[in-house]
Write a protein that binds this ligand. Structure first.
Ligand SMILES: C[S@@+](CC[C@H](N)C(=O)[O-])C[C@H]1O[C@@H](n2cnc3c(N)ncnc32)[C@H](O)[C@@H]1O
Length: 208
């Protein structure tokens, strides 16, 4: 999210530490406020990313990791299309606690800026929606996503346009394209939070 997104809250770009980000979301989750704001702002990130994924993944039993799952908006979208095997991870335990019971098969409290405590080649697909944004998760998380995804699996993410170059996502993606570890299937500017004039790059990559 960008500073334009957050109404009367502290501007998100001012958050410096992981603890500040966590406290921010812990508070935003209270009284269903995060979900209500996402409806009010017509936040389309989860829907757009899942719609893109549907073009390439036909196996409804696919095991999916939702990195930075928040209140579970990606999981709700996946469920609409018959996917049922997904795990979620997030920094904010309070947001994880708001997720409807039985939506995700497993939930982990995780800092995605650190090595992820999961085995190599575990998942058929990774989602990371709304989480590559100001002060949140850095480009190196893509290395971990590659590690935990099976060969032939898909990695789908949004990157807030405001940090794409500033945080070095452009260079990281170019590097990974050169290494032959994945191939780019989709990369385009998505609506994301068009109502707030905030767009995001949406990428979908196939692991080789
Ligand atoms: C804008 S929300 C997106 C949540 C959800 N994916 C969605 O689309 O509604 C960003 C999420 O990133 C999480 N987050 C921020 N920094 C993180 C980190 N270092 N590790 C894990 N999650 C983080 C926040 O707790 C929050 O749930």
């Amino acid at each position: 999210m960008a500073q334009k997104d957050v109404g009367n809250k502290v501007p998100i770009y001012k958050l410096k530490t992981t603890k500040e980000v966590m406290d921010y979301y812990d508070e935003w989750g209270e009284n269903d406020k995060y979900n209500k704001d996402m409806v009010d702002w017509n936040y389309t990130g989860p829907k757009e990313t899942v719609n893109t994924f549907l073009k390439y993944e036909k196996n409804k039993d696919a095991l999916i990791f939702d990195a930075g799952c928040g209140t579970g908006l990606v999981g709700s979208e996946l469920k609409k299309f018959g996917f049922k095997n997904f795990h979620g991870a997030d920094l904010s335990q309070k947001l994880l606690n708001t997720i409807p019971l039985n939506l995700y098969k497993k939930l982990l409290r995780t800092d995605l800026n650190k090595p992820i405590n999961l085995k190599d080649n575990t998942y058929d697909a990774i989602f990371c929606v709304g989480t590559f944004t100001f002060g949140h998760v850095k480009p190196n998380a893509l290395d971990e996503f590659l590690r935990i995804t099976k060969k032939g699996g898909l990695i789908c993410f949004t990157i807030n346009e405001g940090i794409y170059k500033n945080y070095g996502f452009d260079k990281k993606i170019q590097e990974l394209n050169k290494t032959n570890l994945w191939s780019e299937i989709e990369f385009f500017k998505s609506d994301y939070i068009a109502s707030k004039d905030v767009n995001a790059w949406l990428g979908l990559y196939k692991v080789k």
